[in-house]
Design a protein around this ligand. Structure first.
Ligand SMILES: [Zn+2]
Length: 123
């Protein structure tokens, strides 16, 4: 094998390797948890499995400040809030295709997917 063909072989292997890595990451990341945590003031106040959740609306109140959360078609979003910036409302729905999180800094609300791995869980 001369030098040129060796370089070609290495390059081909690199391309195959990268493709395999990209595919592996794609398939590994895709089936993530459908469970979302609603965290208010640093505490998990609700955990919802979006794959089985019924459509509904509820309020999350933190120190008198309110976010109205809606679950619809297995997605979750903040539909109204009394925060000044409304970034949480503008973020829109979070579901299987979008990883979120929805964050409302003024009201200390975070809606995020639960970590899939429970290894070395503490606290
Ligand atoms: Zn907000």
């Amino acid at each position: 094998m001369n030098r040129k063909s060796r370089i070609l072989a290495v390059a081909a292997m690199a391309v195959i390797f990268l493709t395999a890595v990209i595919l592996a990451v794609h398939f590994y990341v895709k089936p993530k948890s459908d469970r979302v945590n609603i965290i208010s003031g640093g505490q998990i106040v609700r955990t919802i499995d979006l794959s089985t959740a019924e459509d509904c609306q509820f309020d999350i109140i933190y120190e008198g400040r309110r976010n109205t959360v809606e679950i619809k078609n297995h997605t979750i979003c903040v539909i109204s809030a009394d925060c000044p910036d409304l970034i949480c409302v503008k973020t829109g729905a979070m579901g299987a295709d979008s990883s979120g999180p929805v964050v409302c800094l003024p009201n200390r609300l975070v809606i995020e997917f639960e970590e899939a791995s429970a290894d070395g869980k503490s606290g």
